[in-house]
Write a protein that binds this ligand. Structure first.
Ligand code: C2E
Ligand code: SIN
Ligand code: SIN
Ligand code: FE
Ligand code: FE
Length: 370
């Protein structure tokens, strides 16, 4: 049987001259298998049947629960259980299936593999239960000979391993995307000799405002990342304008203003929602609430809420820091300006929120100084 190739018995290894293999074996953590059954005998027989099982050079560690309630406690203590061998009838007729539901729905644990073993024939759960709770295997206890049990456990361990790999991979990809997004924003920023931290601050300030606006944590986090690309279009602006120490001429400023549309063009074709949001922000972050901004002259709520938030964060940060063309403003002058621009440049509701959260917002400057 092909599956059998996946596990070895340690006693076979004792003859091996490679002692290091045994050392490796003992150093790796074990797969945790939780046996849930109200009959003591079932625990004994299961441990016997699975004794000395090794999968991918890792041994088995058994945990035993004699009721669904005990199983819940063990699940709280051990977040890394790989397989559950689950009885159906325990403290009540439905204890096993309720536990499966608790694991998937309440604990939101979609990793652990569940094998149901029932003592009473004809008690098969409905198919939708097996599908909804992602039950890997369903057997009557009498059906499960030692060999079949070992095979079922190996199959479940393999699924658990594959799921763990996929989850780890996804986390890696997500982390990489975040880094790339920030790097892109920083590249745009460094060209205009603004410091790289402007991007971080605008993102962090936008997130504080978003959370104050009752965004969910994940939506606020998305806004933070997207906000870091608001000036991506500055990559296309020539150095002589971008880093000019003095005031821009009208013609130079009209070239500078194209950075909004250029950023939008760079980002808009992506199907990723993060980049679509970034595209909107790049285009609209210099729109004014009263319709006097650029490039489209949008007004009020025609301007996306995300863009209104980033506009306020961007100007607050630009005023408080040095640029090639200006010295930093003191806080008092910044506050005065922002208050005066409520309903003109800025969404008045956001200005109100800004003053409520002022301490938190200004502390971001200390967190990411120039
Ligand atoms: P930025 O430096 O990131 O500034 C973003 C926004 O902050 C500006 O958008 C403006 O709304 C506000 N801001 C920054 N400094 C001041 C200031 O001293 N006074 C006032 N009232 N507001 C200020 P804006 O005006 O659309 O400018 C967009 C970008 O164009 C700026 O981004 C900057 O890179 C460049 N820029 C604007 N004016 C000048 C300038 O006189 N000289 C140079 N070299 N670049 C400029
Ligand atoms: C199975 O063995 O059928 C399930 C997972 C795997 O491919 O190992
Ligand atoms: C899954 O969909 O849960 C992975 C494969 C399996 O164990 O059925
Ligand atoms: Fe800009
Ligand atoms: Fe900016």
């Amino acid at each position: 049987m092909e599956l059998l190739n996946d596990f070895l018995f340690p006693e076979d290894r004792l003859n091996s001259p490679l002692l290091t293999e045994n050392i490796t074996l003992s150093e790796k953590s074990s797969w945790k298998i939780l046996i849930v059954d109200d009959e003591e005998d079932v625990h004994t027989v299961t441990r016997m049947a699975l004794r000395r099982l090794v999968f991918e050079e890792r041994t088995i560690e058994f945990l035993s629960a004699y009721s669904a309630t005990e199983a819940k406690e063990l699940l709280h203590q051990h977040s890394d259980i790989a397989v559950i061998l689950l009885d159906v009838v325990m403290e009540d007729d439905n204890a096993g299936l309720s536990l499966a539901s608790y694991i998937r729905r309440d604990l939101n644990n979609n990793m652990v593999r569940i094998i149901i073993r029932t003592g009473a024939p004809g008690q098969a759960p409905e198919e939708h239960v097996i599908i909804d709770y992602d039950i890997n295997d369903y057997r009557e206890k009498t059906e499960l000979t030692t060999q079949r049990l070992r095979t079922a456990v190996i199959t479940a361990l393999r699924s658990f391993r594959d799921l763990s790999t996929i989850v780890a991979l996804n986390q890696e990809i997500e982390a990489t995307q975040k880094e790339l997004v920030f790097s892109l924003g920083e590249i745009a920023e460094s060209r205009s000799s603004e410091t790289g931290n402007h991007v971080k601050r605008v993102g962090a300030i936008a997130k504080v405002l978003a959370l104050g606006y009752q965004f969910s944590t994940s939506e606020a986090e998305t806004l933070k990342l997207a906000a870091s690309m608001h000036d991506l279009g500055k990559l296309a602006i020539q150095d002589s304008i971008l880093t000019k120490p003095g005031t821009l001429t009208i013609e130079e400023f009209s070239i500078m203003k194209t950075h909004s549309d250029i950023g939008y063009q760079m980002l808009k074709s992506s199907k990723r929602s993060l980049l679509q949001i970034a595209a909107i922000i790049a285009r609209e972050h210099h729109e004014n609430y009263d319709g006097t901004g650029y490039p489209q002259g949008l007004k009020g709520e025609e301007i996306h809420l995300y863009s209104r938030i980033v506009a306020l964060a961007d100007v607050f940060d630009a005023l408080g820091n040095q640029r090639a063309y200006k010295m930093p403003w003191p806080n008092s002058k910044i506050k005065e300006y922002i208050q005066e621009q409520a309903g003109k440049k800025f969404d008045p509701n956001l200005v109100e929120l800004f003053f409520k959260l002022f301490n938190k917002i200004s502390s971001i400057r200390e967190q990411f100084p120039d």
